[in-house]
Design a protein around this ligand. Structure first.
Ligand SMILES: [Mg+2]
Length: 269
């Protein structure tokens, strides 16, 4: 069982669930209580286990997928691989641009035009600067989170940080940001989630992954972690996406960030 040392004053109003852990006011507590709630490391020992929330970025922290899907469909079509946004959503959601290009090149038997990846990245980042918004309720959720959190994304570090900065979330998550560029195999392989857990000092079995894509859910399960599927992004229809993520092995699927704290506490009991 994961025992939560949460701040009841912060959390109770949202979930109505009490931690049952009394505030003790010891010297040990004083070491932690000056930190924002999510960055506190609970004292470890027989009576307390630290857990970690690993957030995917696109489609979970930021509502970026409609923008990147639109830009990607246009770029692939111009490059001679006709595809519409629905096709990009179905085939390439949650995987890196490099993996997408490899798939397209294998299918067509020819290389993408020189500069394709760099040009697409530039187009998407420019659109993000103009249009990107945080996922509804995520800033409040992060401020109330009672345990450590980090980001593990298929995007390159530059794009992750720009996304989080534009969405107003960067300072809540720095420096705990992990990119698929840091591992040999991206999602759906478990490598990135395992790296994040190792760097954060938490065993995989004590991690909860929040993911919106099939590839991400598969990666989290392959890493031996609990996986919550999130289908509240504006690129997804919850009714359509929910069965797909459950079929990939998600332990729970939800569509409102405001509900996540309640589900985290339920998972801990
Ligand atoms: Mg995603």
């Amino acid at each position: 069982m994961i025992k939560i040392g949460l701040d009841g004053a912060l959390i109770g109003g949202v979930t109505g669930i009490s931690s049952g852990v009394p505030a003790t006011g010891t010297a040990e507590d004083a070491r932690y209580n000056h930190l924002p709630a999510r960055r506190r490391r609970e004292p470890t020992g027989d009576s307390a286990v630290t857990s970690l929330i690993i957030f995917d970025c696109d489609g979970v922290l930021v509502d970026s997928e409609p923008i990147s899907i639109r830009c990607t469909a246009a770029a692939l079509t111009v490059a001679g691989y006709p595809i519409d946004p629905a096709g990009v959503l179905e085939r390439f959601l949650g995987i890196s641009t490099a993996a997408m290009v490899a798939t397209v090149e294998q299918e067509t038997g020819r290389s993408m035009p020189p500069g394709f990846v760099g040009n697409l990245r530039h187009t998407i980042l420019t659109a993000f600067e103009r249009e990107l918004r945080p996922m509804d309720g995520i800033a409040d959720l992060l401020d109330r989170l009672d345990r450590p959190a980090c980001v593990a994304s298929s995007s390159v570090p530059e794009r992750i940080r720009l996304s989080l900065r534009v969405a107003g979330l960067l300072e809540r998550l720095e420096p705990d940001i992990f990119s698929a560029t840091m591992v040999r195999r991206g999602k759906p392989a478990p490598d990135l989630f395992l790296l994040a857990a190792e760097r954060m000092g938490v065993p995989p079995s004590s991690c909860i992954v929040i993911e919106d894509s099939a590839a991400g859910v598969r990666a989290g399960r392959a890493a031996g972690m609990t996986v919550f599927g999130f289908v509240g992004g504006s690129h997804l229809s919850p009714a359509v996406a929910r069965p797909g993520l459950l079929a990939e092995g998600a332990h729970r699927v939800f569509d409102r960030m405001a509900d996540l704290n309640e589900y985290l506490h339920a998972a801990a009991t």
